[in-house]
Design a protein around this ligand. Structure first.
Ligand SMILES: [Fe+2]
Ligand SMILES: [Fe+2]
Length: 327
């Protein structure tokens, strides 16, 4: 018999859901499911051979860097955060998102296997371990994921997750979008678009969970946390700035990438209900990148019905207060 003082372990009941918005996000995540091997990269191979040595090097390194971030998010971020969340349906959404992070991490390897030799691939994975900017970024994030002992730390882990997914990935996403926006390496661009569509939903969902926790703090705590959030964002931005210079100076795209990461930093801040910092608008972004984000112009029938969620809103139903109760 169970000791009366001991809490029972509960089973998840999908016939009794306290928050409609959680089911909404579960459904959206499921609808978006995709597998990297379903995207053909045959045409990309022909374009790849025409790239310069510098272009190839930048492209391969940004993919290796993205692999590191998705590895962290799938293996550490999502599982450690979900372990600290009580609501069983929210946990389920996090678990599904975590599985997709592993799909993202794997999909870069699918691209590598199309473009790069085994020797070069090994070099890239070594480079990830040695690159000071990548290691700074991932270690900083990892620290917040591994230290969740109270509500403030849970809030901060959620914030870190949104910063990673809505902001820090974009120095990497830029380059595949830059090519696919010009009709080059389109298959790889399609994979990146699918990842972006996922990250867009993840960032929105995790941002809402963070907002729900934030509203319960007293004013003083709110102000303290707000300052800490902006400080962390700027710290990571500085690192991102240096990383971008290192990778994009040699292909003359640094300024455009910086604008794009500022734009996405603002999106991250808005995901947790804060004011934008850089105030970058769509018109400030290189139109090639916006073109690269538009999957409607492409002909991948399998996914064409699913659309791209980055620019267009994904969740069409308006969320009401009843949808978004405390949990
Ligand atoms: Fe991801
Ligand atoms: Fe994600």
């Amino acid at each position: 018999m169970l000791n009366k003082k001991e809490k029972a372990i509960k089973a998840i009941n999908w016939n009794k859901i306290d928050n409609n918005f959680v089911k909404l996000f579960w459904d959206q995540n499921i609808r978006q499911f995709w597998v990297d091997e379903e995207i053909s990269l045959v045409e990309d191979r022909k374009h790849w051979d025409k790239l310069t040595k510098e272009q190839k090097d930048t492209y391969e390194k940004i993919l290796a860097g993205l692999t590191l971030l998705d590895t962290e998010q799938g293996g550490v971020g999502m599982p450690l955060i979900l372990d600290k969340i009580e609501d069983l349906h929210v946990k389920a959404v996090f678990a599904f998102m975590g599985a997709m992070e592993q799909m993202h991490a794997k999909s870069y390897s699918t691209i590598f296997s199309t473009f790069s030799s085994s020797e070069k691939i090994s070099e890239l994975f070594d480079w990830v371990e040695k690159n000071k900017y990548l290691q700074y970024k991932v270690k900083k994030i990892d620290k917040y994921y591994r230290k969740i002992n109270n509500e403030e730390e849970l809030y901060f882990a959620l914030i870190t997750s949104v910063l990673l997914e809505t902001f820090l990935f974009y120095s990497g996403f830029f380059y595949p979008l830059w090519f696919s926006g010009q009709g080059k390496l389109v298959g790889s661009g399609e994979i990146i678009n699918l990842i972006i569509r996922d990250e867009s939903v993840h960032g929105t969902f995790v941002g809402l969970i963070a907002q729900n926790i934030f509203k319960k703090f007293d004013q003083e705590t709110k102000e303290k946390l707000r300052k800490k959030v902006y400080d962390l964002m700027l710290d990571l931005y500085q690192n991102e700035f240096e990383y971008t210079k290192e990778l994009y100076d040699k292909v003359n795209l640094t300024d455009d990438v910086i604008k794009f990461i500022q734009y996405n930093a603002d999106k991250a801040l808005m995901n947790f209900g804060f004011d934008p910092y850089f105030n970058i608008e769509d018109k400030d972004i290189n139109p090639i990148i916006l073109n690269g984000l538009d999957t409607e112009t492409k002909t991948h029938d399998f996914f064409s019905t699913k659309g791209n969620g980055y620019i267009k809103p994904i969740i069409h139903e308006e969320l009401s207060d009843e949808d978004f109760e405390d949990f």
